[in-house]
Write a new protein. Structure first.
Length: 244
């Protein structure tokens, strides 16, 4: 039966689902399917959580809008798994924390420090370190290497408040000092839920800005054109990964 938020049936989604936060980005990814957007099947449009299913080089694949933040992706991931999804790949944007990461570089998360309320709620406040699935992550890294896409692999942190709007401008300093590569708002929830259900999950993120912590740093951001090009490279990697 349809889920509460994703009005789809078992079998409507492929085992592999890409998860962008933005519905427009979901539509853009679906346009990359075999035959273009016209050949993709719209499997959910409830609440504008657009979801499409099609094929890429004959392999079934879906894309599903996750929305922003842990609570939103938590609902979407839970319902996708109930509908039969088995490989969930977050594709989005991140804020880099170290100067050696270039704007537009791809960050592949090995784990996500849960600096968010959703994982804390699910775990009753008990400590946990949600990690990405190794095999799925390795497939993404190998795809980035084959395509020559600049990338960095390591721990990220999932936060609840968009860092630019956080009242404490030094909020990310402890995570940078601990070697965290970047911050974003969804991965820890995705990793935790997937692992608890025996499902593979991974996360790709484009570095759209850099907060290196340098006293005299000037915040730099990707232009819309540069962002679009970087997102296309990220999608190339996600669709080229050789997953089982």
């Amino acid at each position: 039966m349809p889920q509460i938020h994703l009005h789809a049936e078992p079998g409507d989604y492929a085992p592999l689902v890409l998860l962008p936060g933005d519905p427009n980005r979901a539509t853009a990814i679906a346009s990359r399917f075999d035959g273009g957007l016209e050949a993709a099947r719209l499997v959910n449009d409830n609440r504008l959580l657009l979801g499409y299913t099609g094929t890429v080089n004959g392999r079934p694949v879906s894309v599903q809008t996750s929305g922003m933040g842990g609570p939103s992706i938590g609902v979407v991931a839970e319902e996708l798994m109930r509908l039969g999804a088995r490989q969930l790949v977050r594709v989005g944007t991140t804020g880099a924390l170290t100067a050696n990461i270039g704007l537009g570089d791809l960050i592949v998360a090995s784990s996500a420090a849960p600096v968010d309320g959703t994982v804390a709620t699910l775990m009753g406040g008990r400590p946990i370190a949600p990690a990405a699935d190794f095999a799925l992550t390795r497939a993404l890294v190998e795809a980035a290497e084959r395509l020559g896409v600049p990338h960095h692999v390591g721990q990220i942190a999932t936060i609840d408040v968009f860092s630019h709007y956080h009242p404490d401008k030094h909020f990310v300093d402890p995570w940078r000092a601990a070697g965290v590569l970047a911050v974003e708002m969804e991965a820890s929830v995705l990793f935790h839920l997937a692992a608890s259900r025996g499902v593979q999950a991974a996360c790709l993120g484009v570095a759209v800005d850099i907060d290196s912590g340098d006293e005299n740093q000037e915040h730099t951001y990707l232009s819309p054109e540069e962002l679009n090009a970087a997102v296309e490279r990220m999608i190339d990697v996600a669709l080229a990964a050789e997953t089982d």
